[in-house]
Design a protein around this ligand. Structure first.
Ligand SMILES: Cc1cc2nc3c(=O)[nH]c(=O)nc-3n(C[C@H](O)[C@H](O)[C@H](O)COP(=O)(O)O)c2cc1C
Length: 191
């Protein structure tokens, strides 16, 4: 099993990153290949609406997304991790999602396979937010549901933690780190 974790928090060693690292540790311990991508360290230009992807499913913008496109077609599980910023995912995460319009074009316009040979790919969403509003994660969940669909994945599970604000708050949460680790282990198993 190949598990790819993509972290969209701009904060180094922030809550989202700690949570994702713990999940990936669980996956590795259970025998999966697990890799972490920190979007803040990469150059991922926001979508420029060139629409070249409508012709061949490829995005011509020459940045780090080109490497990520390849990984996205190879993985069995994608774990997207983002803090909640203004009731949705962070800008780093959203730029990454928007660049996957190329995958959407492949799937829906060109009717091309997204991940040949992979039958059931899973998407997981990890998110933290500083407040405890009842609809804190609604916007992000809608976005990631359709993002995973474009990658030919289903949203398998979400771990969502409100009231996590200061750096390191997630470690003090009574269950979050254990839940992330356990989910990582679970993801290492075939569905
Ligand atoms: C630009 C910005 C916007 C934010 N918007 C929200 C928000 O809409 N709702 C909320 O509950 N927390 C919001 N927060 C707080 C973060 O979600 C919170 O601090 C989170 O723990 C940061 O996670 P990280 O350490 O992984 O980056 C915002 C923080 C920033 C910097």
């Amino acid at each position: 099993m190949q598990v790819l974790g993509v972290c969209g928090s701009p904060r180094r060693n922030g809550n989202t990153e700690l949570l994702l690292k713990e999940l990936l540790r669980g996956s590795k311990d259970a025998g999966a290949q697990a890799e972490e991508i920190l979007l803040r360290d990469l150059k991922v230009t926001p979508c420029l609406e060139i629409y070249a992807c409508k012709k061949d499913g490829q995005c011509p913008i020459p940045d780090d997304m080109q490497t990520l496109y390849v990984k996205l077609t190879e993985v069995d599980v994608l774990v997207l991790a983002s803090p909640i910023f203004f009731y949705t995912v962070s800008a780093h995460t959203k730029a990454f999602i928007d660049r996957c319009q190329a995958m959407w074009a492949r799937k829906y316009l060109l009717k091309l396979p997204i991940a040949p040979g992979k039958l059931s790919r899973r998407g997981v969403f990890l998110a933290v937010g500083g407040t405890k509003g009842t609809r804190l994660f609604d916007g992000a969940l809608l976005t990631v549901k359709y993002f995973f669909d474009a990658l030919d994945m289903t949203l398998y599970r979400s771990l969502l933690y409100p009231s996590i604000d200061a750096k390191g708050d997630i470690i003090k949460h009574p269950t979050a780190m254990a839940e992330a680790y356990a989910l990582g282990r679970e993801l290492a198993q075939e569905k």
